[in-house]
Design a protein around this ligand. Structure first.
Ligand code: NAD
Length: 397
C-alpha cells in the first residue's frame, strides 16, 4: 500500500516502515560517529524500547557499546491494509541493524506492567544473557493495569489546586491560542502516580533481583522532566510532576535494594523533545518550538539520540555522573542554562501566531513529529508500494 501520514490531533495513526528504518539508521550513525563508549554497558534491558527516549537508549547501548539488548514495548503489528505503529517498525529496523552488526537483540511486545511479561523477559535474560548490567525504564503510558488487583489506573495531565491558563500551540495549524485546564479532582493524583510513578519500576527491579539476573555493579535509570516555570503548573507541579516525585522516592529505595550488588539507581532528567508522549501535553509543544529554534541557533540542540548517547557516555559510564543536589543526573543541563531560559521566558511573553515562525521552530516541530512515524525522511520513496505487514525478526511471525 501507499502509506501517507494520517494525523488525528496529537497522534499520527499511520507509520512508514522504510521511513522508520531510515530514522533508526540515522540514530545509529550518530552514535557510531562518536566512537565506542569506554567501559560501557554490555547487557542491557530497556523497558519502553520502541520509541522516543527508550529507543534511543537501546541504540546508544547497542551501537555505542556493542551491548546485547532486550527490549520491551507495547506496539501494534501491521496487517495487509493497515500499518503497524511506529515502534513496531523501529524495532524491526533496530533488530535488523543489530543482526548485521553481530549484536544480540531480542524483543518482547506486551504489557510491561504485567507479571507474565516480567516473567517472560526474566526467563530470556537467564537463558540468553545470564544477567544484565543496565536496566533502562522508559515507559510512557496513559494507563496501567495493577498486576495484583486488576484495577486500571488512568494518568491525567492536570494542574493541582487551581485551573491553569496559558498559551498553547495548535500543532496542526500553527495557531497560538490559549488553553485552560481544570485542576485535578477526585483521585486524579493517585491514579497518575500509579501509572507514571515508580511503583512498576520497583516491581521490575524486585523481580529482576529475586531472579538473580542483575549483575554486580548494575545501574538502573528512569527518566524525568523538570522544565521552565511556564510549564510548571501543568508539568512539574501538576499530576505528572507528582508521579515524577514518586519516581525519585523509588530511586532512593532502589539504591538501598541494589547496595548489596554495589548497584545504583538513577533518575535522569532529560530535555524536552518531540515524542509521542510529549506531544500530548498541553502548552509544552509551544515551549518546545521556542526551545528548538534557540538551541539550533546556539548549536546546542540535541534529539533523543544525542541525549541518550551523552547520558551513557558522559554520565553513567564516565566515572563522573555529575548528580545535582537531589542526586539526579541532568542531561537537561543545556536546556536549563540560565541565559537560554531567560531568552525563552522573553519569547514566551511575545510569541503569537504571527511571529511564531520568527521566534519558534514550528517547521522543526512538525517535521520532528512526522519523523516519529517515519515520514519526511530523505531517501525514502513515499510513492512506492510498501508492505505494512512486515514482522520483527525476534518475535513470532
Ligand atoms: P514514548 O511515548 O516515545 O515511549 C514510550 C514507550 O513506552 C514506548 O516504547 C511504548 O511502546 C512503551 N509502552 C507504553 N506502555 C507500555 C506498556 N503497557 N507495556 C510495554 N511498553 C509500553 O515516550 P518518551 O517521551 O520517550 O517517554 C519516556 C520517558 O521519558 C517517560 O518517563 C517520560 O516522562 C520521560 N521524558 C520525556 C521527555 C520528553 O520531552 N519526551 C523529557 C524528559 C523525560
Amino acid at each position: 500500500m501507499i502509506i501517507a501520514p494520517k494525523i488525528r490531533g496529537f497522534i499520527c495513526t499511520t507509520a512508514h516502515p522504510e521511513g522508520c528504518a531510515k530514522q533508526v539508521a540515522e540514530q545509529i550513525a550518530v552514535v557510531k560517529s562518536r566512537g565506542l563508549i569506554e567501559n560501557g554497558p554490555k547487557k542491557v534491558l530497556v523497558i519502553g524500547s520502541s520509541t522516543g527516549y527508550g529507543l534511543s537508549s537501546r541504540i546508544a547501548a547497542a551501537f555505542g557499546s556493542n551491548a546485547a539488548t532486550i527490549g520491551v514495548f507495547f506496539e501494534r503489528p501491521g496487517e495487509a491494509d493497515r500499518t503497524a505503529t511506529a515502534g513496531w517498525y523501529n524495532t524491526r529496523a533496530f533488530e535488523q541493524e543489530a543482526a548485521a552488526a553481530g549484536l544480540y537483540a531480542r524483543s518482547f511486545n506486551g504489557d510491561a506492567y504485567s507479571d507474565p511479561v516480567k516473567a517472560e523477559v526474566i526467563a530470556a535474560i537467564k537463558a540468553d544473557l545470564g544477567q544484565v548490567d543496565l536496566v533502562i525504564y522508559s515507559l510512557a503510558s496513559p494507563r496501567r493495569t495493577d498486576p495484583q488487583t486488576g484495577e486500571v489506573y488512568k494518568s491525567v495531565l492536570k494542574p493541582i489546586g487551581q485551573r491553569y491558563t496559558n498559551k498553547n500551540l495548535n500543532t496542526g495549524t500553527g495557531v497560538v491560542n490559549e488553553v485552560t485546564i481544570e485542576p485535578a479532582e477526585g483521585d486524579d493524583i493517585e491514579q497518575t502516580v500509579a501509572v507514571m510513578g515508580g511503583q512498576d519500576w520497583e516491581l521490575w527491579t524486585d523481580a529482576l533481583l529475586a531472579a538473580g539476573v542483575l549483575a554486580n555493579g548494575v545501574q538502573t535509570v528512569a527518566y524525568s522532566y523538570i522544565g521552565p516555570e511556564v510549564t510548571w503548573p501543568i508539568y512539574k507541579n501538576g499530576t505528572i510532576g507528582r508521579a515524577k516525585e514518586d519516581l525519585e522516592r523509588v530511586q532512593r529505595v532502589l539504591d538501598t535494594k541494589l547496595a548489596p550488588l554495589q548497584g545504583k539507581a538513577w533518575v535522569s532528567v532529560n530535555k524536552a523533545l518531540v515524542t509521542q508522549a510529549s506531544s500530548a501535553i498541553p502548552v509544552v509543544p509551544l515551549y518546545i518550538s521556542l526551545l528548538y529554534k534557540a538551541m539550533k541557533a546556539q548549536g546546542t540542540h540535541e534529539d533523543c539520540i544525542e541525549q541518550m548517547d551523552r547520558l551513557l557516555r558522559d554520565r553513567l559510564y564516565s566515572g563522573n555522573p555529575q548528580p545535582d543536589e537531589a542526586g539526579r543526573i541532568r542531561v537537561d543541563d543545556w536546556e536549563m542554562e540560565p541565559a537560554l531560559q531567560a531568552l525563552l521566558a522573553k519569547y514566551w511573553q511575545e510569541v503569537n501566531t504571527e511571529n511564531l515562525a520568527q521566534l519558534g521552530d514550528f517547521d522543526g516541530y512538525q517535521s520532528s513529529f512526522l519523523r516519529l512515524f517515519g515520514f519526511g525522511l530523505s531517501g525514502v520513496d513515499y510513492s512506492a508500494d510498501t508492505d505494512p505487514g512486515v514482522g520483527i525478526p525476534s518475535l513470532p511471525q
